[in-house]
Design a protein around this ligand. Structure first.
Ligand SMILES: [Zn+2]
Length: 376
């Protein structure tokens, strides 16, 4: 090999090496240095989510949506990113962002463009993640585990809720069970529990949700008892929010909103509408999935705990659950309109058993949830 050829070969290797420059990482505050391998896909620099998982212990999972696209959930620093396969758009904290190049799939692996790592991540975690001249500085992640729960005893004050044939007021039963549940969560799990009311007073539905949001609650539990005109109605059911009925209006709203700014040029509108539809659904899905998980656990434990009729987990557009920025459920602990269930619901021992069953459900939910949220 001539000297010239050798130099050319060396240059080409260096050139390739430069083009495929891996991303240096510094994990603060202990200063551990790692690198994130970069690969070329469609002539752009990409990083595989597997590599991020291996180096930064994030978690991602892929879900098949009811539409034609795949969505890829990516949990990083306790926050969720939702990517859409072959799309440069993703959602983060209820907003839509652009990472310039699409999420790609090669075999079983998913790849994000390096622009996401170097440009977008520092924007999403200001003051935490920094890109200093091509080196990414990552601090210790914040603890995102379930720590603060808002319990919402339904009704109160001028609103007694449903009233049983023997005069039992729903508002009082809800409060009694809620106070028992609060005690268990504080004593057994050391959680911070806030109540939308601690005595017999009126609180509007909007204020209840706002209270949970303002206090940055990790869970919202609304406690109620049921009523029906038919005396024989009985059993327990647990609800979480439904979006099915309003998906269309939500998509229309979003058309008027910020997502429009992400698009340019004529002819993109149709595509935009479809994409927006999916993204808005995805925004809701983040909490709906957890709400469903929690509702399922609560329903199962309550029915088993008090041997009541199982009316199942249901979805409805409850105003008190709408707008809650956390997993949120509404429990109907039995029918106060049914004399037998009214007597049970008014019984302090039965209230203990209800509270215990809800407590066990939240404990299990927290265990499952924290494993994802605590990853660094
Ligand atoms: Zn109620």
């Amino acid at each position: 090999m001539t000297k010239l050829k050798y130099i050319l070969l060396l240059l080409s290797i260096l050139g390739i090496g430069y083009l495929h420059a891996d991303i240096p990482l510094v994990l603060a505050p202990n200063g551990i240095q790692k690198t994130l391998p970069v690969v070329k896909l469609e002539e752009k620099d990409y990083v595989s989510l597997d590599e991020i998982n291996a180096r930064l212990c994030s978690i991602y999972k892929v879900e098949y949506s009811e539409y034609t696209d795949f969505r890829v959930m990516f949990f990083f620093y306790g926050e969720q990113f939702i990517f859409l396969l072959n799309s440069p758009f993703y959602t983060f904290k209820q907003s839509v962002f652009n990472m310039q190049y699409p999420l790609l799939q090669v075999g079983a692996n998913y790849y994000v463009p390096t622009t996401f790592i170097m440009d977008n991540l520092p924007l999403h975690f200001p003051g935490q993640i920094q890109n200093k001249k091509g080196t990414l500085y990552l601090p210790q992640p914040k603890d995102k585990s379930v720590k603060r729960i808002v319990i919402d005893p339904g009704h109160g004050g001028k609103d007694p809720g449903a009233v049983g044939p023997n005069g039992t007021r729903e508002s009082m039963i809800n409060l009694n069970v809620a106070l028992r549940l609060k005690h268990l969560l504080e004593q057994e799990l050391g959680l911070e529990v806030l109540m939308t009311r601690t005595d017999d007073r009126f609180v509007s539905l909007g204020d209840r949700t706002k209270f949970a949001n303002d206090n940055k609650a990790d869970l919202f539990i609304s406690i109620h008892t049921n009523a029906s005109r038919t005396n024989g109605a009985q059993g327990i059911e647990t609800y979480y929010l439904s979006t099915k009925s309003t998906t269309e209006s939500r998509a229309v709203e979003a058309l008027e909103n910020s997502v429009v700014e992400l698009y340019e040029g004529a002819g993109a509108k149709q595509k935009y509408e479809a994409l927006d539809f999916i993204l808005m659904d995805m925004l809701q899905t983040e909490h709906l999935e957890h709400s469903n998980d929690l509702a399922t656990l609560v329903q199962h434990n309550l029915v088993a705990g008090v041997q009541a009729k199982n009316r199942g987990v249901k979805q409805a557009n409850f105003y008190v659950l709408r707008g809650a920025f956390m997993p949120a459920i509404l429990i109907e602990m039995g029918f106060i309109s049914n004399p037998e269930e009214e007597a049970l619901l008014a019984n302090p021992q039965y209230q203990d058993r209800l509270a215990q069953a809800i407590f066990e459900s939240i404990k299990r939910f927290k265990y499952n949830y924290d494993r994802i949220r605590l990853t660094s």
